[in-house]
Design a protein around this ligand. Structure first.
Ligand SMILES: *Cc1c(COP(=O)(O)O)cnc(C)c1O
Length: 395
């Protein structure tokens, strides 16, 4: 490990504070480091490996595609891309997809589409986009501007114009921010990086209604919440609403980099040949992975397992809360779970890692769990036991 840490320091730009392990293999919800130590993975590479690590069907589909064709560009038709776009339309109720390679790119495309549709199709000069405080939409200059957290923006001025931030789950604040220059509202159905914040159902429904009345485009950033994570294929289903544009990435490829921007037929008119593009976007390998992810989520009933196991883990956390008195709130849906501690515990992640459990912690007090969707009772119990021991073990 010492060698790797030295190399990281010498050759890598300093953008991450990494845990002192290198994960070299994984199967299901367990991963192994370079020294052979095993971990229960309750992070899934940040909500990416929803099928767990190295799912057999996915590995087979992707390896087969690799032997045939890895890349050909979007100057030609790509069968796997069309199959994936068809599945996304069928499962979302939206119509058309643009493929990219990451969440930031999917959101960048959504922002460009919303603006261009407003300008070129509606012939309207509105351009502002309302987003929420504590949101996270990516690291490109525009998506970092859309993001409602200052810590991601410091030092990057000048930032693009045209974004307004309002408190999350506060309809009045959002209504007040709407003027005739606003063209869209962009929200996560459940905020991930901001601390697993679940808004009220009526908030989301009222926003849909407001967008209908004012002719605003509703963009749902489902990069983290999508692909069954919250116990529904897409988290906006919990609110009984449909956005005009939805973005996906993370779990869509289960580790193969892919992003998708999916819109209604109408809003999709904002793009024409030459207005947006991506060299890699929607390449045969990433799309083959996406098809395998969707088909496996369905064939293995992983979405209902996520709902069931999410309830089970939250129940377990409630028990921990009662026994330790150290958890002040348990939030989330399905297997996107946040447990807020009533104290700052900077060491909780490294102590859990030492004990064989990978978790994440936001702001030193919000423990985030994002296990693969195919975890069982045994693994959940093991994770809960480790977590409880580590809470108790604080000095
Ligand atoms: C992770 C994330 C992104 C950014 O995705 P990248 O693939 O890292 O660019 C955007 N939005 C949300 C909600 C995310 O969780």
């Amino acid at each position: 490990m010492k060698k790797l840490i030295e190399m990281n320091e010498k050759y890598m730009m300093n953008t991450y504070n990494r845990a002192p392990i290198a994960l070299v293999e994984g199967k299901g919800c367990r991963v192994k480091d370079s020294e052979g130590k095993e971990y229960l993975d309750f992070l899934s590479g940040i909500a990416v490996c929803n099928l767990g690590h190295c799912h057999e069907d996915l590995v087979k589909a992707v390896s087969e595609q690799m032997t045939r064709l890895m890349h050909c560009s979007n100057l030609y038709y790509i069968p796997a891309q069309l199959e994936l776009a068809k599945r996304l339309a069928q499962h979302s109720g939206l119509d058309k997809t643009f493929f990219s390679n990451s969440g930031a790119e999917a959101n960048e495309a959504a922002i460009k589409l919303a603006r261009r549709y407003t300008r070129m199709v509606k012939n309207d000069t509105a351009y502002k986009i309302i987003t929420a405080n504590k949101s996270f939409h990516g690291r490109s200059l525009t998506t970092v501007t859309a993001t409602g957290q200052l810590k991601y923006k410091n030092g990057f001025d000048p930032l693009p114009k045209g974004f307004i931030h309002v408190p999350f789950d506060d309809l009045g604040a959002l209504e007040k921010a709407v003027d005739d220059k606003v063209c869209a509202v962009m929200l996560e159905p459940i905020q991930g990086e901001g601390g697993v914040n679940v808004p009220s159902k009526s908030y989301m429904q009222d926003i849909r209604e407001l967008c209908n009345q004012k002719g605003l485009i509703l963009i749902m950033d489902e990069v983290q919440t999508g692909m069954g994570r919250t116990g529904r294929m897409f988290a906006h289903e919990h609110y009984g609403i449909l956005p005009d544009i939805m973005t996906l990435a993370k779990a869509l490829g289960n580790g193969m980099p892919i992003g998708a921007t999916i819109a209604t037929e109408e809003v999709s008119k904002g793009f024409e040949p030459g207005t947006h593009g991506s060299t890699y976007g929607g390449n045969p390998i990433a799309c083959t992975a996406g098809i395998s992810v969707i088909d496996t989520l369905i064939s293995e009933n992983l979405i209902s397992n996520a709902a069931k196991m999410g309830d089970y883990i939250k129940e377990g956390l409630k028990g921990i809360s009662e026994r330790t008195g150290k958890i002040s709130e348990i939030r989330g849906k399905g297997l996107m779970i946040g447990a807020e501690l009533n104290y700052i515990d900077e060491g909780i992640v490294s102590r859990s890692l030492e004990a064989g459990l990978l978790i994440n912690c936001i702001d030193g007090n919000i423990i985030r769990m994002l296990p693969p969707l195919n975890i069982g009772i045994e693994e959940a119990d093991e994770a809960l036991r480790i977590l409880e021991e580590q809470l108790e073990g604080r000095s």
